[in-house]
Each structure stands twice: as structure tokens, then as C-alpha cells.
Design a protein around this ligand. Structure first.
Ligand code: SF4
Length: 449
């Protein structure tokens, strides 16, 4: 008797989805979530247009330049692949996309994870045999292995007059603290050494869910900014706080900062310093005396790094208001500063608020602002020569280690270069002594702990 031969299973290649991710770190986290979900359902992620059966473009709709970039990226994906789904902030305005690119297969808005997955499924049927066990517990990330963005909430309850994010992304929706911390723990278990906390308004965390109680590692917490900082500090890795508004309750986290936990670093988008401009911008905490607050933080933590972004040429900004901004910048001595020339965003209330500032005036103000910011940065970095600090190694190139200290967020701030990288490893911490400083970057040599 012959045993019937089992036919070998022929598995065709998994359907592959290409991904183009534009915009801010929050959009990047959305892309990571989508990729993780697609992988868990058995899809492959294509490295380029040619290998993809379908391309998802995650767009940004923040300012006109970002909208243009998104529309161009959709055009490029259509040209090189032809089968394109669009999601993200610009997806909140589907007609704008369809007018320019009528051939896209579908459009969904921001954070529409399930709808994106359903659309992929519709146009590229899901394979029957998903290898869910191939997905690492922490998901698939687009950042290097040793740092990751941790999104604590979606949306925003503020109504800044230059911003359309609340109308695109809706009101604040905070993730309960235990949910955030479980994700943070999984990331740390997977080798992440630095967590970058992001949201639209980190200081407002939990206010929408009345600071809901949460239990994590057997301890009671509330879903609020201070408790989140306490919990993150217990993880033993770096945690960096972005998009923190200077509400009074922020003062309470300053004593909790350390070079081994929640870093002495605050990213506070001040946007301006003139009370009148801030009022026209409808900024949260616009009435706070931020200079006094900064002085008090620095008295407690001299090593605190403050990063911020500003807008020059906001409608109606007078010469005197701009001079006030420069004087404030001098007094505040912010370490890291970015600046945008105001550009009107379709649908933003600011467009009707005051006389537009002529482009050449905006440009002059921008140049003066950046020069002042560079001088402040140089002086503050020079004061660090001779100090020891802890750094995280991001890369080693031609024998030089490219690292970051507690004062340097990835992508947006400067770096610390260590000429002799012998014994240093990417993704590991090292102790270094600062030997030289430029306008934005530092040089260092390895030092004993
Ligand atoms: S805080 Fe202001 S600028 Fe930031 S997302 Fe909310 S409305 Fe927009």
C-alpha cells in the first residue's frame, strides 16, 4: 500500500504594502502603528515602489508647505506605483486630494487605523495565514532601535488661531496611564533606551478623562502629567518631554528630573513673547510669567535644557512686539530654538486677525532672530566645556561616534561628536567630557564614569 503523498504547500509571496510617512513625530507614530498592524495581518512591507502591491501615503496638513509636499508625494506614488491610498491629516480634506489626484484608491483622515486597514484589505486582500508570531511585541518602529516615540494622547483642546490641528484631529483624547506605561515597558524590553513623549499638549494629559485612576506595577496612579513623569522615571531609561506648555503644574516635575530618567529637558513651544501677540495667537498659558518660571526652574536644575519654537511675522506683529521677542529671548537664554516665518494656513482664524507682515520684513526678522538664537546657543554650549555628561550613542561614522546628551533630542537638536569611538557601541550610554563647542554641536572625549 502506498501512502498518499501530501502535496507540498505552495505559499505565494505575501502581498506587500509600501509606506510613505510625512509630517511630525505624531504622524510617524501613526505610521508605525499601521505598519505593525499590517505586519500582524500577514502583509509584507515593501522597501520601494517597485516591490509594493499598493502604497499608503500618510500625509501632513499642518501648513501650506506641508500640504504641497503631501500632494507631491501622492503624485510620485501614483506615478511609480499607481495604486495609492491616502491617510493622515490632509485626509481630513479628501476633496483637496481628489481634485489634484482623482486616481487615488481611497482617502481616510488622521488616526483612522481601522479604516486604513479595511481599505488596504479591500484593495489588497489579506493573506490567510498571518504570521503574527513574527511581529515583535513592541511593534515595528521606523526610528532606530534605541529610541522610540511614545504618544500619550491624540488631538487638542486648545484653539491657537494659527493652527487647524484641532479641526483636523479633534479634541484631546488621552490614553490611560497604564496603557501608555505598558507600551513604554514593552519598548524598553525590546531595547529602547530613550522614550520621546509626544502629544499636541503634553501638560494637558489626562484632563479630558478627569485624570482617571490607573494601576501600574501594583501602584495607584492618576492619568495626569505629574504621575506620568513619576512612572516614566521608574523605567531606568531616558524619557524626554516634548510639547509641554508652561502651566503652573509643570513646576512640580522639575525636582523629578535626572540624567538617568526623565531628562532635565523641556520642549516648550512658546511661539512668541509679546503678551499682545500671544493673546492674538490664543496660546495656552499666554498670561503666565514665563521668565520668572524659567529662572526658578534653572535655580533648581542648572543643567536644564530648554528648547522652543517661535513664529515671526504673525499678522499684526509690530516692530516693538518683535523687539520685545528678541529681548525676551536674550533674557530667557533658551538653549535650542527653532523659528518659522508665519505663513497663512487655509482655515486658520489668524488669517483675519491683523495686517499681514510683508515677506521682506518677515525675512529680516527671521534672520535677526536666528542670529540671536545662534549667539545664545554658542554661549550656553561653550559654558559646558570641561563638564562631564552622559550621552547615548546614535551612530559611529568613520571612527567618530555621533552621540546625544540629555540636552539633545534626536533630529531637532545638536549632537556630541566623540573622535575616538573605540569601545563605544550604537545604542549604548557612555560618559564623556566636553572638549569643544560650536554653535549647535559639541565635541567630547570618553571619560571615566
Ligand atoms: S496647542 Fe495650539 S498649536 Fe498646538 S495643536 Fe493645539 S491648537 Fe494647534
Amino acid at each position: 500500500m502506498t501512502t498518499p503523498q501530501r502535496k507540498p504547500t505552495v505559499r505565494s509571496r505575501a502581498p506587500a504594502v509600501g509606506f510613505v510617512s510625512l509630517g511630525c513625530p505624531k504622524a510617524l507614530v501613526d505610521s508605525e502603528r499601521l505598519i505593525t498592524e499590517l505586519k500582524s495581518r500577514g502583509y509584507a512591507i515593501a522597501a520601494g515602489y517597485a516591490d509594493a502591491d499598493l502604497v499608503v501615503v500618510n500625509t501632513c496638513g499642518f501648513i501650506d508647505a506641508a500640504i504641497d509636499e503631501s500632494l507631491q508625494a501622492i503624485g510620485e506614488a501614483l506615478q511609480h506605483n499607481g495604486r495609492v491610498l491616502v491617510t493622515g491629516c490632509l485626509g481630513a480634506n479628501p476633496q483637496r486630494i481628489l481634485d489634484r489626484h482623482p486616481k487615488v484608491l481611497g482617502v481616510t483622515g488622521p488616526q483612522a487605523y481601522e479604516r486604513v486597514i479595511a481599505a488596504v484589505n479591500q484593495h489588497l486582500p489579506q493573506p490567510h495565514d498571518p504570521f503574527t508570531d513574527l511581529v515583535p511585541a513592541q511593534g515595528i518602529r521606523l526610528t532606530p532601535r534605541h529610541y522610540a516615540y511614545l504618544k500619550i494622547s491624540e488631538g487638542c483642546n486648545n484653539r491657537c488661531s494659527f493652527c487647524i490641528i484641532p479641526s483636523l484631529r479633534g479634541g484631546l483624547v488621552s490614553r490611560p496611564l497604564d496603557d501608555v506605561m505598558r507600551e513604554a515597558e514593552a519598548l524598553v524590553r525590546a531595547g529602547v533606551k530613550e522614550l520621546l513623549v509626544i502629544s499636541q499638549d503634553t501638560s494637558a494629559y489626562g484632563s479630558d478623562i478627569r485624570y482617571r485612576e490607573a494601576n501600574w506595577r501594583g501602584e495607584q496612579y492618576q492619568t495626569r502629567f505629574l504621575d506620568l513623569v513619576r512612572a516614566l522615571g521608574a523605567l531606568g531609561v531616558w524619557a524626554r518631554l516634548h510639547y509641554v506648555y508652561p502651566y503652573p503644574h509643570v513646576d512640580a516635575i522639575i525636582p523629578l528630573m535626572s540624567e538617568h530618567g526623565v531628562l532635565p529637558y523641556l520642549d516648550i513651544p512658546f511661539q512668541h513673547a509679546s503678551a499682545a501677540v500671544l493673546k492674538r495667537m490664543r496660546r495656552p498659558a499666554h498670561a503666565e510669567n514665563t521668565l520668572r518660571r524659567i529662572e526658578s526652574w534653572r535655580a533648581q536644575r542648572p543643567e536644564l535644557t530648554l528648547r522652543s519654537t517661535f513664529i515671526v511675522g504673525f499678522p499684526g506683529e509690530t516692530d516693538a512686539e518683535f523687539e520685545q521677542l528678541l529681548a525676551w529671548l536674550d533674557a530667557a537664554g533658551l538653549d535650542r530654538v527653532g523659528c518659522f516665518r508665519y505663513s497663512p494656513v487655509e482655515g486658520a482664524a489668524a488669517n483675519a486677525i491683523g495686517e499681514p507682515v510683508p515677506d521682506e520684513v518677515k525675512e529680516q526678522r527671521y534672520q535677526r532672530f536666528m542670529q540671536k538664537a545662534g549667539e545664545i546657543s554658542s554661549a550656553r554650549l561653550a559654558a559646558r566645556i570641561g563638564q562631564k555628561c552622559r550621552v547615548l550613542i546614535d551612530a559611529i561614522e568613520d571612527g567618530v561616534a555621533i552621540a546625544r546628551s540629555s540636552g539633545d533630542a534626536p533630529e531637532i537638536d545638536g549632537v556630541v561628536r566623540i573622535r575616538s569611538a573605540a569601545g563605544l557601541k550604537v545604542g549604548e550610554f557612555a560618559t564623556v567630557e566636553i572638549t569643544a563647542a560650536g554653535t549647535y554641536d559639541l565635541q567630547a572625549r570618553c571619560a571615566a564614569n
